[in-house]
Structures are given as C-alpha cells and as structure tokens.
Write a protein that binds this ligand. Structure first.
Ligand SMILES: Nc1nc2c(ncn2[C@@H]2O[C@H](COP(=O)(O)OP(=O)(O)OP(=O)(O)O)[C@@H](O)[C@H]2O)c(=O)[nH]1
Ligand SMILES: [Mg+2]
Length: 359
C-alpha cells in the first residue's frame, strides 16, 4: 500500500475550510487505496512561483517524507505543471494533486462501458493539459495512483497518442449517447415519472434507493462508491410506479474535466421530473455540502427542477434543532434514516405531492 503525505494549502482569497478540505482529502486517499502517514498545511497570501508552497514549508515537507518513508505527496490544490515538476525534483517522489486523485478513484470505480469511456476521456484530457504546459515530460516515478486507467487500460504518455485516443473516445461516447437518447424517448412515451437522487458523496443515496426498491446497489463508507447511474422501479403507497435513478455523488472542487465528462451521464438526471437531494445530516459540514451541490447543479443547468431535500442519517444526529431549522430553509424537506428505514411515509407523501399524484 502506498504511503501518502497530504499537503493542505489555503490561499488568502479562498473561502474553503482547510480542516474540512484536508479531512476530505484523507478520505479520498483512503478510497484510492493509499495510507495517510502525515498531513501538513499552509496558509499563503499567494502561491510561491516555483513550488506553490513556500520554501520553508517545502523543507519541512521533505523531512516529513523522509522520516515517514512516504511514496507520494498529495496536494489539496491544483498547481501548474511546472510547479508540480519542480516539487517532484526536490522531493524525489511522485507528487499529485486533488484532481488526479479523484480521477484515479473514478478510474477504479467505473464499471460500465460508458463510465469507463468517460473516465478515460477525462484522464486523457487532464494528461494533455499537463503535457502542454511547458512541454514538461511526465516524470512518473513507478506506478500506482495517478498512472492507472479504468479497467485494464494503460494511460498514454505520448502527446500524439493521447490526441488520437481522445478523438476515438469522443466518438464512442457520442455513439452511446445516441443510443441512450433513443431509449429515453421510448421511456418518456411510457409516461412513467422519473426521479433522480442527487447529493454529496457518501450522503446515503445508494442506501436510500436500496431501501426503497429492495435493490442491491453497493453502498460503502467510501467516497464515490457509485459512478454509474442505476435506475430502479419504486412503488409508491398510492400504487403508482416511479423510476428512481441513483447517480454519482458531488464533491467540493470537483474537477472541471469530470463535470464535463459526467454531463452526459447526468443528462439522465436533467430530464427527470423531480430531484431528491440527499444530505448527510450527521456531517458537521452538511451546510457546506449543500452549497457545493447547488453549485454543481447550477453548473449543469439543473437548478430549475423541483427539489425535495432529504436530511438523512437522522439516527446519528444529536442536535436535531439545527436540522429542523435547515428543513424549513430548504422546504419541501424531510428527515429520514435510510439505514433504519425511518421517515419514509413523509418522504412518500412529499414525492406524491411534488409529482401531483393522487395520494
Ligand atoms: N447511520 C447511518 N448511516 C447511513 C445512513 N444512510 C447511509 N449510511 C451509511 O453511509 C455510507 C454511505 O452510504 P452510500 O449509500 O454508499 O452513500 P452514497 O451517497 O451512495 O455515496 P457515493 O455513491 O459514494 O456518492 C454507508 O456506510 C452507509 O451505510 C443512515 O441513515 N444512517
Ligand atoms: Mg452511491
């Protein structure tokens, strides 16, 4: 297992919480299959031109890496290709950033053909942007995180080959998109209402859909357990059937290449009649997470859909007062425990009301 040192960086103008961001980075690292052996952080006015972090911090980082025998360094910030190269030269280890880490997780978790294509496309575009910086060679020390493609795919390192691969992948993705369009048209003719579950990663979307439909979608205490959308039939108490789709979770600082790659997959969601926004009410950071979800929705042009907000994991919430306040703020909203199957009656009532179904 690779041993990773995390580096949290906050620039003065940024509004993120360093603690929250680092905690999340640690979880992402674990999900990618590496072990966190140390974490350091730095507040800076502006990035250091050559290394992004300051030279003193770099010195400290080098000492920590040596003493912990680390294999790789993960930066909680996007840096330029040349800064990355300079850091690798000094630290003599693989250095990756948050985007690369998330891409690696996506590569490991994509299972359908389309998911794999989308991820490889995003990875290839990312690689190309790295290469085109200053013509820096990808100095990948060994394998592991940042070098893996989806499935058996090996990532290309040659610019010309990447170009070719990208255009091939794009064609494939387009072909699948056409297919989906046709089956979606068929479905909309059948007039079954469709609902999409959206929300921050690990909020409990898959657990909820499993509970509602007796499906067996893998749910794990990991970030991005679900990548490929799954649709299930759910029977409402009124006897009406709806289709509910479980989707990829959102995260703060979601790489742009990925938002674009998953736009196609999420198009399914954009056409649904209703969104159910699942919130992990037991997280200290749930309000930030709600805002992140709204930002991504805006980016995807989905904000106009009717939304029901569901505060999940109520069984783990100690201070229920806050949740009650939030429920009023985000009405129509309700609180449930997907794991213990509690609060579903009210959820069903809201769904039927929003879809204007007779209940
Ligand atoms: N205590 C408690 N845990 C829950 C509840 N709902 C989900 N969980 C746990 O939260 C973790 C994440 O659940 P998932 O259903 O995989 O979450 P997700 O939103 O699908 O996550 P991604 O697919 O990674 O975006 C799992 O360990 C679940 O068992 C709940 O109501 N109460
Ligand atoms: Mg899931």
């Amino acid at each position: 297992m690779e041993k990773a040192v995390l580096v949290g960086i906050k620039l003065k103008r940024e509004k993120i919480s360093l603690e929250e961001s680092l905690q999340e980075l640690a979880q992402l690292t674990k999900t990618a299959g590496a072990r966190v052996v140390a974490a350091i952080s730095q507040n800076r006015e502006t990035p250091h031109q050559k290394y992004f972090i300051g030279e003193g911090k770099l010195e400290e980082l080098k000492v920590v890496c040596d003493s912990k025998d680390a294999d790789l360094i993960i930066l909680d910030h996007d840096v330029s290709p040349s800064q990355l190269g300079n850091l690798e030269a000094v630290l003599e280890r693989k250095v990756i950033d948050r985007t690369e880490l998330i891409l690696d997780i996506f590569a490991q978790h994509a299972h359908t053909r389309e998911g794999k294509l989308q991820v490889e496309l995003a990875q290839s575009q990312f690689r190309l942007s790295r290469l085109s910086g200053k013509g820096v060679q990808l100095s990948r020390l060994g394998g592991g995180i940042g070098t893996r493609g989806p499935g058996e795919t090996k990532l290309e390192t040659d610019r010309r080959h990447i170009w070719k691969r990208i255009s091939l992948l794009k064609k494939e993705v387009d072909r699948i998109k056409m297919h989906r369009l046709v089956s979606r048209k068929k479905r909309s003719r059948s007039e079954i209402k469709s609902i999409a579950l959206i929300g921050y990663t690990n909020s409990g979307k898959s657990t909820l859909l499993n509970a509602l439909s007796n499906a067996r979608i893998p749910s794990e205490d990991k970030l991005f357990a679900t990548l490929d959308p799954t649709t299930r039939r759910v029977y409402l108490p009124s006897g009406i059937t709806v289709l509910i789709t479980d989707t990829v979770g959102f995260i703060q600082k979601l790489p742009h290449s990925l938002v674009n790659a998953f736009r196609a997959t999420l198009e399914e969601t954009t056409e649904s009649d209703l969104l159910i926004h699942v919130v992990d009410a037991s997280s200290r950071f749930y309000e930030d997470q709600i805002n992140t979800v709204y930002n991504v929705l805006e980016e995807l042009g989905m904000i106009a859909r009717p939304i029901i907000t569901v505060f999940n994991k109520l069984d783990r919430v100690e201070n229920k007062k806050n949740i009650e306040l939030s429920m009023r703020q985000y009405a129509p909203a309700t609180a449930i425990s997907a794991l213990q199957k509690q609060g579903f009656e009210e959820l069903f009532r809201l769904i039927e009301k929003q879809l204007s179904l007779p209940s």
